[in-house]
Design a binder for this molecule. Structure first.
Ligand code: SAH
Length: 394
């Protein structure tokens, strides 16, 4: 018999709209003594069934919903159905190819809050961010191996958010073969080396897959491109392959740029320079030198990671937009992104407009970007739509 968690009166509303998160402030009575990661039954204050969820007693996010069905049993069979549905979706998208990369499980977006899995050329890399995901990670890893025929599952749960759950960081080969030092994937006809052990997240920013293609298609022969926050050269390689004359890649991480260098060579691409440094500083000096570009790409890290950093983060997005516009040739294009979940598309558009005014330029949006479809959005969890972008012609 699962423990029963009764919510504070009135706090059942978001669950009835199938939001998957239950904050500690909504927890009323705890009947039983559930262990971290154990499945609990969530009821309204009146005792009405609401959901079955994973218990995270130490976290602000005290429970995450596995199912809104009373009749479900949360066991390996339940997770097998979720994994099969998620993998089938990627297959139907044409994203699950032996030499490709794609997100297999996008946490909330696949109704598996706290759990992420990516596929890279025959290997899977997982991240378990919550007690519930930790509890079932081996089952999920085995099921993913079965569903995809992958050779092994590597874990990258070296996540600072685990501390909030009372979980230690964990990384290493979990089941099957260990992946090689570098895996090679092909995305939109471009080859990339992925370092699943040391790279950011699970090694590659798969959420920008479609946008790398869409941005590359904006390039006219000979375009001079500035690729800010370049990481391992994703956008840079895509635009060079599409006929750009030159690309300046900027990132603060030297190891990321070293891998970018290898990626450009792997594809036989020329015309790139890689600059390790701070994008804000570099853009300021380019503006002073009156060095202008046909296309400027801004794909910064998450500047807003909670309500406390909202004002500061918005300021950073506005600054970077101003600096980006200030190095655009007349008629040039700014492709600008935000991966902060708390930044709504409307707010991002407004901040981009403010940055454009600050640079004393004018601009028009002619394309909007969103996260790749292998990062689906749960209708009940609006926060799972996190990536937005704009192409603006100055
Ligand atoms: N566009 C990339 C992903 C970018 S992720 C792709 O398509 O793969 C954000 C990158 O910004 C990271 O590589 C990080 O190292 C870098 N970064 C963060 N702050 C920075 C700063 N102030 N200046 C330069 N690079 C920065």
């Amino acid at each position: 018999m699962n423990a029963v968690i009764k919510l504070v009166p009135g706090r059942e509303k978001s669950l009835k709209r199938h939001h998957q998160w239950i904050f500690s402030g909504a927890i009323g009575q705890v009947e039983g003594d559930p262990a971290p990661g154990e499945t609990v039954r969530i009821e309204s204050a009146k005792g009405e069934f609401l959901a079955q969820a994973a218990w995270s007693p130490r976290s602000q996010l005290a429970a995450r919903v596995w199912s809104f069905e009373e009749s479900d049993t949360i066991d390996r069979t339940f997770f097998a159905r979720a994994v099969e549905r998620a993998v089938a979706m990627r297959r139907d998208l044409g994203f699950l190819n032996p030499d490709g990369g794609c997100r297999l499980i996008a946490a909330e977006g696949d109704d598996l809050p706290g759990f992420t899995a990516d596929y890279y050329a025959g290997f899977i890399v997982i991240q378990a961010a919550s007690c519930g995901a930790e509890h079932f990670k081996r089952d999920l890893a085995e099921l993913l191996m079965e569903a995809t025929g992958a050779k092994g599952v590597f874990e990258r749960s070296d996540l600072s958010v685990r501390a909030r759950e009372g979980l230690p960081e964990a990384a290493g080969a979990l089941i099957g073969d260990a992946p090689p030092e570098l895996l090679e994937i092909t995305e939109n006809g471009v080859k990339f080396l992925v370092d699943v052990r040391h790279g950011h997240k699970t090694g590659f920013y798969l959420d920008q897959r479609e946008n790398r293609k869409l941005v590359a298609e904006l390039v006219k022969p000979g375009f001079e491109v500035l690729n800010c926050f370049a990481y391992t050269g994703g956008f840079g390689a895509a635009v060079l392959k599409h006929g750009a004359g030159s690309v300046v890649n900027v990132d603060s991480s030297a190891p990321a740029l070293n891998l970018a260098e290898r990626n450009f060579k792997l594809n036989g691409l020329a015309g790139y320079t890689n600059t390790a440094g701070d994008v804000f500083e570099l853009l300021r000096s380019f503006a002073q030198e009156k060095r202008f570009f046909d296309l400027v790409i801004l794909d910064p890290p998450k500047f807003i990671d909670g309500k406390n950093s909202l004002t500061r983060g918005c300021r950073a997005y506005q600054d970077i937009a101003r600096l980006g516009f200030s190095v655009l040739k007349p008629g040039g294009i700014l492709a600008t992104f935000s991966c902060s979940g708390l930044m709504t598309p409307d707010l991002f558009q407004k901040i981009t407009a403010d940055g454009c005014l600050d640079a004393k330029r004018s601009g028009r949006i002619f394309r909007k970007f969103t996260q790749s479809p292998d990062h689906p959005v749960a209708l009940g969890v609006p926060e799972s739509a996190y990536l937005k972008g704009l192409a603006v012609k100055a």
